[in-house]
Design a protein around this ligand. Structure first.
Ligand code: HEC
Ligand code: HEC
Length: 221
């Protein structure tokens, strides 16, 4: 190759790759913006409170933290934010046996922390964290009741060792509440039978589904 040819190859080659490099950089920056929602003041204050109370000493978000307590990266995707606010402000009022400590968080602070957790939930994490390995077991162990799985009751409840723990364990709920009519009322409108219940109402469950869900719950002994 002549000297001129080599120089042209160098210049054109460098330009060519510079354009590709700049193009990819612009594309990455554009995607980064759309991967996370906007950070409001409330979200920002929530993050400060997250640090102040050292939540990360027990919980994990976005891959950082401890494994003592549930991963909170996607916690607002399967629990109403109003429920989480109540739980943070007073865990034992939501679930008598909650292991989460009462940290003396005010309702206002809880609202900010949950705004932060909701922001985290909306960050596009390419499917992180993965579905818990035990998620499949929930379907297997709740055997007859695909309705229990369908409505996501296991987000808050455990049956024989699998499921969420912020609500009461239901492994033996049939011995505590054996009346199917109580369960039907409770599912449709928890506060109608349990004063101040933090459980979200499920008015959409009715007819056959409601009957078989109630039968399933009283069978748990
Ligand atoms: C000493 C450990 C500990 C600390 C500190 C702690 N938690 Fe928890 N938290 C738990 C445990 C354990 C649970 C599981 C439910 C239960 O048994 O109470 C839990 C449950 C939760 C839940 C319900 C999650 C779910 O999916 O069921 C939320 C939300 C939560 N914690 C948020 C926080 C926040 C926010 C902080 C900091 C302000 C915090 N926690 C500090 C131990 C802790
Ligand atoms: C967002 C969390 C959450 C979800 C989701 C949830 N629950 Fe609950 N559940 C609670 C809380 C908190 C309580 C305790 C207050 C009460 O008894 O109403 C509770 C109580 C119960 C009880 C009474 C337990 C006892 O020991 O007396 C039953 C039964 C129950 N839930 C069934 C269900 C079913 C069935 C579903 C799905 C259709 C469901 N829950 C979904 C939070 C939840």
């Amino acid at each position: 190759m002549s000297k001129k040819g080599a120089r042209n190859l160098f210049i054109i080659g460098s330009l060519f790759f510079a354009v590709i490099f700049i193009g990819l950089t612009v594309d990455t920056m554009r995607q980064l913006d759309s991967r996370a929602p906007e950070i409001t003041d409330e979200v920002n204050e929530g993050k400060m409170l997250w640090h102040k109370y050292d939540c990360i000493g027990c919980h994990t978000i976005l891959g950082n933290g401890s494994y003592f307590a549930p991963d909170l990266t996607k916690t607002t995707t399967n629990k109403p934010t109003s429920y989480l606010v109540k739980f943070l402000a007073n865990p034992r009022e939501v679930n008598k046996r909650a292991a989460m400590p009462d940290l003396g968080i005010t309702d206002e602070e809880a609202g900010k922390i949950v705004a932060f957790l909701d922001w985290v939930s909306k960050v596009d994490t390419n499917g992180w964290p993965p579905e818990p390995v035990l998620a499949e077991m929930i379907k297997a162990r709740t055997g007859g009741s695909s309705i229990y799985a369908k409505y996501g009751c296991s987000a808050c409840h455990t049956i024989r060792g699998v499921g969420g723990t912020s609500g009461p364990d239901l492994s033996k709920v049939g011995s505590r509440q054996s009346d199917p009519e109580w369960h039907k009322k409770h599912i449709n409108d928890p506060q109608s039978v349990v004063a101040g219940s933090a459980m979200p109402p499920y008015p959409q469950i009715s007819g056959e589904e409601l009957n078989s869900l109630a039968d399933y719950l009283i069978s748990l002994k």
